[in-house]
Design a protein around this ligand. Structure first.
Ligand code: SF4
Ligand code: SF4
Length: 469
């Protein structure tokens, strides 16, 4: 009998498909870039947690009302027909990402990505409860005890509260948040609200508490394709090996030149603060999220050693190779790739805002009745339609309907319709023309609606008028 295929041959090495995760214990760091990161954490989170609480008139300032198929943004009401704006926003976001990446690498990842921001918040909580890197490592290695259990429990309670509040805030963009909180208190939330609060909360807890750098390394597609946007003039966080090597420990008073050493004292602080656990001295790695924690840590070491700062710094491949100073490096920001991204971004942004500002607050859709035209009293030809009005302004308005395209064509019956603020209304409309007008078969016509109180608020839509043969 032959050997089972799975047993392999002598000398075969079994290789695991997935790398076993080594837990990372990032050390706390302070400095210029840590300050920027926290400023961005505050900014993005004040925006995210605060916006659902703000009102615009008697409704929320930002609300995706999926049930009513409306999106309220400041004084603007958008409908599914305005999907183009969402597309425009996505194009602007993508172009901004291309632009920032071409100029300064993974700025988004390092400072503003929700994964970075929530990981930063969760790590802050962790440090407050379990202590900094060495204390956390010691705690994890120690056997379970009352003290260890209570610290771990306190951390998870804090994490779960933040995660749940994040989930509630997320759903607060789709349901007015005050109503949502009322429903949560009385345990009367709908099934979808409950699902999304828990799902979003669970994702926050899992991604920021446990997955952390794994999300950036294995799940985020941007990490994989961002190198395509890099060139030799893109700013990246780099270790200056020419200045740092050969590395080695020494006393502060020692002369590195006399010892044959570079500026790196091999303290490993840059590795200890790295949230992805990499050693930037090994060169640019895809795991680097560009958070600049290693710059802050190394600058502090350089200060203590009285060496110039910047052994790890933002620089470019060309600047390193050609020894460019900061001014010369920054001059290369305005290169063709960046100018093209900027030009397209500016054009799309201006076009989107201009379109948004100039759009008519009334929209009109015409649906012809399925029955073909018919002859009515005095030989007149009659067609019927359903007109859908969308009033995207915040005031109730009365609209007058007119029709043209065939001689003496007119709207018979009701010609004025009242539409409420941010209202949608479908109305039947009858159109007639005198006998002999229009050719037999389909004739193009045009409906026009105009606000009674403001002539400039109008919309039109094409349709056809059928004359029986
Ligand atoms: S922090 Fe600076 S000095 Fe310390 S190991 Fe890293 S590069 Fe070398
Ligand atoms: S190498 Fe430096 S910039 Fe990159 S992730 Fe680690 S600490 Fe952040």
């Amino acid at each position: 009998m032959s050997e089972p295929a799975s047993q392999g041959q002598p000398g075969d090495v079994e290789v695991a498909l997935y790398e076993v995760r080594k837990k990372i214990y990032p050390r706390a760091v302070t400095g210029l870039f840590a300050g920027w990161r926290w400023a961005l954490v505050w900014f993005t989170q004040l925006l995210f947690y605060g916006l659902p609480w703000l009102s615009w008139g008697d409704r929320p300032m930002v609300l995706f009302d999926l049930e009513a198929r409306r999106f309220y943004l400041l004084g603007i009401v958008l409908y599914p027909q305005d999907f183009i704006y969402l597309t425009g926003l996505l194009v602007i976001s993508a172009l901004s990402l291309f632009l920032f990446t071409a100029v300064a690498g993974r700025l988004w990842c390092g400072y503003a990505c929700p994964q970075t921001v929530y990981t930063e918040i969760f790590m802050w909580v962790e440090r407050k409860i379990e202590g900094d890197r060495s204390a956390r490592m010691k705690l994890d290695k120690s056997p379970m005890s009352g003290a260890k259990f209570s610290r771990k429990a306190a951390k998870h309670v804090a994490w779960v509260l933040i995660a749940l509040w994040t989930g509630i805030t997320f759903v607060g963009y789709f349901t007015p948040i005050r109503e949502l909180l009322g429903a949560i208190v009385t345990l009367s939330t709908g099934p979808w609200q409950t699902f999304w609060v828990l799902f979003y909360g669970f994702a926050t807890w899992g991604n920021a508490g446990f997955m952390r750098e794994q999300v950036c390394k294995y799940m985020c597609p941007y990490a994989r394709f961002q190198s395509a946007m890099f060139d030799k003039d893109t700013m990246i966080i780099t270790y200056d090996a020419a200045r740092g090597e050969p590395r080695g420990s020494r006393s502060k008073k020692a002369d590195p030149a006399a010892l044959g050493l570079g500026a790196c004292i091999d303290c490993s602080l840059c590795v200890q603060v790295c949230p992805t656990g990499i050693d930037i001295r090994k060169g640019l790695q895809y795991e680097c999220i560009g958070c600049a924690a290693c710059i802050d840590a190394c600058d502090q070491v350089m200060d203590k050693m009285s060496y110039p700062r910047g052994l790890i710094r933002y620089t470019t491949e060309n600047a390193m190779a050609e020894g460019l100073d900061t001014r010369a490096m920054l001059r290369r920001v305005a290169r063709p790739r960046v100018l093209v991204y900027s030009g397209i971004l500016l054009a799309v942004t201006l076009a989107l805002f201009a379109h948004l500002l100039l759009r008519s607050p009334i929209k009109l859709d015409v649906i012809p009745d399925r029955s073909l035209g018919r002859e009515v009293e005095e030989g007149m030809i009659e067609n019927t339609y359903r007109l859908q009005f969308i009033n995207s302004s915040e005031t109730a308005r009365r609209f007058l309907v007119k029709v043209d395209g065939i001689e003496s064509i007119f709207v018979a019956g009701q010609t004025a319709f009242e539409i409420g603020p941010a209202g949608v209304r479908m109305v039947p409309v009858t159109v007639r023309t005198k006998p002999g007008n229009g050719k037999p078969g389909s004739n193009p016509i045009r409906f026009e609606v105009r606000a009674e109180d403001d002539e400039s608020v109008s919309a039109s839509a094409k349709s056809t008028f059928f004359v029986p043969r």
